[in-house]
Write a protein that binds this ligand. Structure first.
Ligand code: FES
Length: 136
């Protein structure tokens, strides 16, 4: 249990960084998204399994800083069980809170998780609800 708190990461974030949950590709994902932060180059690929309008599993691959990896890992624990609407409503503040908060200089890192979830679910909706507008 090394102390890696030079940037005042919470112990929860350090635990997620050192022991990422649900890390890896998901071969049978129903939704996925790839997002990058053009400023620092951090990236996140998120995979979701969705059944009956509910997220039932999530996994991720990330190349990035501890805050990106930590919030991505926490997101994969936060999402299962949520309805698609509940998952869409989660904000970067929710992902930051899930790791016990982030240092001010790292607040932007939680944007990747929020953007990946939103993009993955938008793609999923576009596939399963293609006639929504025209049926309206
Ligand atoms: Fe850029 Fe973390 S340093 S997302």
């Amino acid at each position: 249990m090394g102390r890696v708190d030079a940037e005042h990461y919470s112990t929860t974030l350090i635990d997620h960084f050192e022991h990422p949950r649900n890390a890896g590709e998901m071969s049978d994902a129903d939704a996925s998204a790839y997002v990058t932060n053009p400023v620092c180059g951090d990236s996140l690929r998120l995979f979701l399994r969705i059944e009956s309008g509910r997220v039932i599993a999530a996994s991720f691959l990330s190349s990035g800083c501890p805050a990106t990896i930590g919030t991505s890992s926490a997101a994969t624990e936060l999402l299962p069980g949520a309805t698609v609407e509940e998952a869409e409503a989660l904000t970067r503040e929710d992902y930051a809170a899930a790791v016990g908060g982030l240092p001010r200089s790292k607040l932007h890192c939680s944007v990747l998780a929020a953007a990946a979830v939103r993009n993955a679910l938008a793609g999923w909706r576009a596939r399963v609800e293609p006639e929504r507008d025209s049926a309206g």
